[in-house]
Write a protein that binds this ligand. Sequence first.
Ligand SMILES: Cc1ncc(COP(=O)(O)O)c(C=O)c1O
Length: 400
Amino acid sequence: MTDERAGERGPGPDRDRSFETREVHASARNDQYGALATPIYANSTYEYDTMDGPRGGHRYSRISGPTREDLEGAFADLEGASHAAAFASGMAAIDAVCSLLTGGDHVVVGESVYAETHELLTRVYAGYGIETTVVDSTDPGAIADAMREETAMVYAETPTNPTLRIVDIEATAGVVDDHPGDPLLVVDNTFASPYLQRPLERGADLVVESLTKYVGGHSDVVAGAVATREDDLAEEIAYYQYARGGTPGPFACFLALRGIKTLSARMERHCRNATAVAALLDGHDAVERAYYPGLESHPNHAVAREQMADFGGMVSAEFAGGREAAAAFAADLDVFVLAESLGGVESLAEHPATMTHQDFSREELERAGIPPGLVRLSVGTEHREDLLRDVEDSLDGLTS
Ligand SMILES: Cc1ncc(COP(=O)(O)O)c(C=O)c1O
């Protein structure tokens, strides 16, 4: 994990500057030739002048390297953290956070976290003697009720996937802080990105993120990161990063770093387009229910308005005609591509019950609030009118 680097390694980001300026200057600009973009240091090992230490401070690329260090510094800066560690995927980052748990610990997790996160806790970590209670994480009271003496972690994702519920981070941090066992609050910030929401500023101990999504932004990289303000946690995460070795290669770091430079500009377009798509879906005859935190009818709209700079690029819709209508709607889309993942410039549509959440049992789908007629849209940065026409044509196909 890299320490806050301002002032240490060339110009780099300056915390007095706005997010939009800091993201553009995310590269530390310490290259010997003055390259503005961080070069891809595609080497596994580094030369020592003497046995006392390597010449440039790095000794082996699983442990550290200049391209990854720049990404970690930039991510920490944007999340308002002092430390960050990058991983080969969002799941590897989440696994590093779960590695902080030991046998006998108890975890409280939201009911609609990403499917693999749910699997990791309830299947993999259950095998290590860690028990998980699944709750409605939008209700701080439900979290408080689920906590036990041995609760070591509360894990939340907001907005949730794919139902776009909003967890009140500050209220949840309050509940966690009141617990005598000093558990950790972890927030997955993938759906919002640090441009829209910074969980550490609201009391989370650790923020995790799939950089594959909005941060990378172009559907061309798989990577993840963890950030924190707490030195002891940073040290432990750095240890798991080093010991388990799930680190990203330099090309992945380069792509994630490049994505960071345009994050705010893309997020603004994602949000504008998603707002328009949600308004079109909301109240349409073929749609039973539209899910978007920006809709005033959304049950957590007030929390979203307070906690997020905007409402994000993800929209879900439950079709009145159930699974058949959802399939017909998705098949009819033309600009939206039928594919998993999210957060790229391309608009995507997916059917959670058969795609991203295919490993969920019927009970797990029900508990996560994922009906068979639900379609999730990752609204991209294309022209809004083209997206609206695409959705409208598909909706018309359902009602004609
Ligand atoms: C909210 C959320 N967290 C974590 C992940 C895992 O990220 P990755 O696919 O980069 O491992 C995903 C993937 O879709 C996600 O949606």
